[in-house]
Design a protein around this ligand. Sequence first.
Ligand SMILES: Nc1nc2c(ncn2[C@@H]2O[C@H](COP(=O)(O)OP(=O)(O)OP(=O)(O)O)[C@@H](O)[C@H]2O)c(=O)[nH]1
Length: 454
Amino acid sequence: MKKTIFFFFQRTKIKASSFFFLGILIVFLGWPIIGMIAELYGFILLFGGFLPNAVYYIRRLPGLNIVLNLPGISSSYEQEEEDHYGPGYEVGSYTKDYNDGPYDGESDLNVNSNPEGKPRILLMGLRRSGKSSIQKVVFHKMSPNETLFLESTNKIVKDEISNSSFVQFQIWDFPGQVDFFDSNFDCEMIFGGCGALVFVIDAQDDYIDALMKLNLTVTRAYKVNPNIRFEVFIHKVDGLSDDHKIEAQRDIHQRANDELMEEGFDSVNLSFYLTSIYDHSIFEAFSKVVQKLIPQLPTLENLLNIFVSNSGIEKAFLFDVVSKIYIATDSSPVDMQSYELCCDMIDVVVDISCIYGTKDADGAAFDHQSLSLIKLNNSTILYLREVNRFLALVCILREDHFARQGLIDYNFVCFRNAIQEVFEVRMQVQQASHNANTGVGELIQPLNSVALKE
Ligand SMILES: Nc1nc2c(ncn2[C@@H]2O[C@H](COP(=O)(O)OP(=O)(O)OP(=O)(O)O)[C@@H](O)[C@H]2O)c(=O)[nH]1
């Protein structure tokens, strides 16, 4: 109900809602034709943004897709889609509508500036491949089902991930119809300061066009900035069987690399991930993307290895609590189940401490002294400790190893202090080079600026 009211009465939709409701009123007052015209106009203004979504789903319905793909019919609705998207887009602009959608977004976007030169992650791919959904689900806690109502992006949407999170960067969500040959598209500016380019391919759709676009994107970007990391999300795999997933990944991997080799881009390295917003795979993939941009990653991993081996722990993840992406883990292999368990534990702890925790000034869900344990019925224990306001260490260990809890607690305090030292050193280096600012900032906010509690 709240979301419906929000949808109709947001500032940008006032005109549309006025026509819609005024039309209803006029019908009741006895002028049905005038009323219905006004109502229809309001309806188109309100819901026109969902048109591409509707067309996209109708095209997938058996039977209807054949009719819609007939020559003449297909060209008419494709033209309509084009009209909806508009002929171009503005670099550096932001659809205000977009962040006012029917979800409880939390961030206050600073879209037109990049004052601290934060690292940039670009989200690219064909229309309806799922770019905006990924961003909203991972960083704005939108539920996957709500993404069905996302309007198409028709301008570059910049999202600053920094207010409530430990990892700091900008995500630029590109419209699907981005055209590199358009004079508005400033390749130097867009790819120049970019850390990673995430290219999203809809695995449920025919991906030949997507592969062509991937090739074009990668070659353009690589020419401008050879340091960009190219990450390919083979997305929406929730609709595929296990065999189909593996086959799609193999095929996409091979075709993409073959095309790059043919064009002489042998040194370009693409990483592939199977993702879906309906499970944790998208969080895991984004964790890996973000980790590659953290300069302190090897140190963090080393610290985790030392902690794990001295405490009898099987697996440990250092989580960014807000986004639930893990910024580091020990060197043992990550299996999806352990990661999901740890994510779920964060949810449980945050929920319980919101309900029962004390309401301190900054409203933190848990503090540096709190310790959370969950005993599973397979003699495994989940152990969670806060490293700072934004970071939590979540470990999985056998119940018999937990007999030495004192040792684990002690090692954790050493681990936390070590992490603090790492970032203090980093902070000093940063301050020393502050005057000679290179333009590419730090992905991680220094610990002493994120209110670490001693
Ligand atoms: N089954 C499934 N559907 C998904 C997934 N991710 C996104 N979608 C759906 O795909 C549709 C398109 O998603 P968007 O995020 O709007 O796609 P986009 O790439 O931002 O599209 P443009 O803004 O037009 O470029 C939506 O209806 C989503 O619900 C997924 O992992 N699985």
